[in-house]
Design a protein around this ligand. Structure first.
Ligand code: PEP
Length: 246
């Protein structure tokens, strides 16, 4: 993976407060020390931390993203919701959409499509998560599920240059289990085959950690990793990056 930019996207989920941001000093130093290497770090913290984190990362190459948004691109009477314009306004440059934890709470493919379009309109780059459940995998439905997620999720999105796909098999998220490299290669190549024009960048996500990164880091069709649990520990996060880029 050394000849292209490799993405390392940290999904902090609902973890972290203002104090947690101090733990990033190590990652900032690592990023500065390795500024000539071809990798990109993007932190997606809870919405409450987007503003303070963007300020803290101002003079660095590390960027900030959000984790979800409401589908409306206008202000509206939606208590507790935040739209993509608002996230952009406080410093987000990216947004994770279609994450399985939000699909479980009602984000279906159509709603995700609306969210993607509103995020693109706001000028955010979209990290679009797709992936199958264990049952779907066992029933050999993976291709069917991925096709549908891509077809509906990206309907009327004509330009893929602001889309990054994160292939996250749901059975792998937080389970400690990663796919066999050959299966992963097949799924990534299937996803790529769905794009007639240039395919978006494709990341892998699900239980990536310093102990298993060696098994998947050399799959050259993967453009990087979306990392949940391990991204909350700066040492583990840096170890994953070091092992991949060196
Ligand atoms: C995720 O939730 O996007 C994720 C990849 O989580 P984890 O790395 O903890 O499996």
């Amino acid at each position: 993976m050394t000849n292209k930019y490799v993405y390392f996207i940290a999904n902090w989920k609902m973890f972290g407060d203002l104090k947690t941001l101090n733990s990033l000093d190590k990652v900032i130093k690592f990023s500065k020390d390795n500024k000539k290497k071809k990798f990109k770090i993007i932190y997606c913290p809870p919405s409450t931390l987007i503003r303070p984190l963007s300020k803290r990362l101002k003079k660095t190459k590390i960027e900030v993203g959000a984790q979800n948004c409401h589908e409306s691109d206008k202000f509206g009477p939606f208590t507790g919701q935040i739209n993509s314009q608002m996230l952009k306004n406080v410093g987000a440059k990216y947004i994770i959409l279609g994450h399985s934890e939000n699909r479980l709470k009602g984000d279906d493919n159509k709603k995700i499509n609306l969210k993607i379009k509103s995020a693109l309109k706001a000028g955010l780059k979209v990290i679009f998560c797709i992936g199958e459940t264990l049952r779907e995998k066992r029933n050999k439905k993976t291709k069917q599920i991925l096709s549908k997620q891509i077809q509906v999720g990206l309907k009327s999105v004509n330009n893929n240059s602001k889309i990054i796909i994160a292939y996250e098999p749901i059975w792998s998220i937080g389970s400690g289990i990663i796919p066999k490299p050959n299966d992963l290669i097949k799924s990534i190549s299937f996803i790529k085959s769905k794009f007639v024009k240039k395919s978006p960048k494709i990341l892998y996500g699900g239980s990536v950690n310093p102990n298993n990164i060696d098994q998947i880091k050399n799959i050259n069709t993967i453009d990087g990793f979306l990392i949940g649990g391990a991204s909350q520990d700066p040492k583990k996060f840096i170890d994953i990056i070091k092992k991949t880029i060196n």
